[in-house]
Design a protein around this ligand. Structure first.
Ligand SMILES: *Cc1c(COP(=O)(O)O)cnc(C)c1O
Length: 380
């Protein structure tokens, strides 16, 4: 195996909901199933059934054929987001690449090609997504990066103004910066950014790879802000565990991509569309967004109490079930202690412990997890 992942030593073999078991049978409470992929936790029954049934009927067809599930999924995404058209692919980075290509295609008619993204952002590891990612630590060693990218300061409209010019075709932003350390955009900033882009004929692209699919208490984070992008990028939770990415674009924009301009062999197969449709279905039927909003408030309250008792906790940030606990110093030894005590949490940025629980996690589960976290933080 290419050693590009920092392993924590555990061999996971089985999962159900917010629980996973390692090869020795030890049970863990997973407070970030699949790095945000597991919006319904591990191996949700109804998704298993949808995948199994679809696998027996038709797994994959090339995209020069229609198939009903792809259309139904596109319709579902558009009904829950904004009017437009969908393109399906396989990962977050691939969906970002597609959005960047569409922005350039749009800009090419006017000689515009530059994209403004943000310091501390994360958009994926392929070369264009990596260039858009405003964190030198991820870019080191991969020069020359793609030309035509500029970086502004998050939540700072003046800084965006300084970076845009008559070559700018798009601004790319995460409504809540995830990997960078859980920093929500302010409503004031996103609203002003929307106006600025509109006034200058610049596309506004929201990377909702991490914030989408109910994570923030609404289907998509932009709904919390009431600011509608021109293009939205999805992946992670969309398939409830199976690899699927997508971008949604305003219809007039989407139509710039005529046959031959873009493609993805695996993109939006019947198998992954069946899974994603089931994820939407479950979130809606089980009223999970209401649950996320309620539980997230309770969790944030609990964390604020914890902060008072633990001097090593500097700040609690988040929106819905995307929560960051900023600590003094390196969180990795703390995370390792949690792992030893059977609770899986994750690092974001340099000094943030990130929680990305399943939307359907039970209060007794997360309370137990936070109790372990608190005992670890108290001794820090
Ligand atoms: C994870 C992530 C990506 C990259 O997704 P991959 O599927 O790993 O390529 C892009 N943007 C954001 C905001 C992410 O959190």
């Amino acid at each position: 195996m290419v050693p590009c992942y920092k392993k924590n030593g555990i061999v996971l073999v089985r999962g159900k909901g917010s629980k996973v078991w390692d090869i020795d049978g030890k049970e863990y409470l997973d407070l970030y199933p699949g790095w945000g992929v597991g919006v319904l936790g591990h191996s949700p029954d109804k998704v298993i059934q949808a995948i199994a049934e679809q696998a027996a009927v038709l797994i994959h067809v090339p995209n020069n054929y229609f198939h009903p599930l792809q259309a139904l999924l596109a319709q579902k995404i558009i009904q829950t987001s904004f009017p437009g058209k969908c393109f399906f692919c396989n990962s977050g980075a691939e969906a970002i690449e597609g959005a960047i290509k569409l922005a350039r295609l749009y800009g090419s008619e006017k000689g515009r090609f530059e994209i403004v993204s943000f310091e501390n952002s994360f958009h994926g590891r392929t070369i264009a997504a990596l260039t858009a990612t405003g964190q030198p630590k991820y870019q080191k060693g991969f020069d020359p990066l793609l030309p035509g990218f500029r970086y502004a300061k998050f939540n700072d409209l003046e800084s965006v103004r300084e970076q845009i010019n008559d070559k700018t075709c798009a601004v790319l932003i995460e409504p809540v910066q995830g990997e960078g350390g859980v920093y929500p955009a302010t409503e004031e900033f996103l609203t002003a950014l929307r106006h600025l882009c509109h006034k200058n004929d610049i596309l506004l692209i929201f990377d909702e790879v991490q914030t989408g699919m109910g994570r923030t208490g609404d289907f998509f984070a932009f709904k919390n802000y009431g600011v509608i992008p021109d293009i939205m990028v999805l992946a992670k939770g969309l398939g409830g565990g199976v690899p699927i990415g997508a971008f949604v674009a305003r219809a007039d924009l989407a139509d710039k991509m005529q046959p031959g301009t873009h493609a993805s062999t695996f993109g939006g197969s019947p198998l992954v569309c069946a899974a994603a449709l089931k994820v939407f279905d479950i979130i809606e039927k089980e009223n999970m967004l209401v649950g996320v909003r309620r539980e997230s408030l309770a969790m944030l309250e609990r964390l604020e109490e914890m902060k008072k008792k633990c001097p090593s906790v500097k700040e609690i940030r988040g929106l819905g079930f995307l929560i960051g606990i900023e600590v003094a110093g390196d969180p990795l030894p703390l995370i390792q202690k949690c792992v030893e005590q059977g609770v899986l949490v994750n690092r974001a940025g340099e000094n943030v412990i990130r929680l990305l629980p399943a939307l359907n996690i039970l209060r007794v589960e997360w309370e137990k997890g936070l109790a372990v976290l608190e005992s670890v933080l108290r001794h820090a």
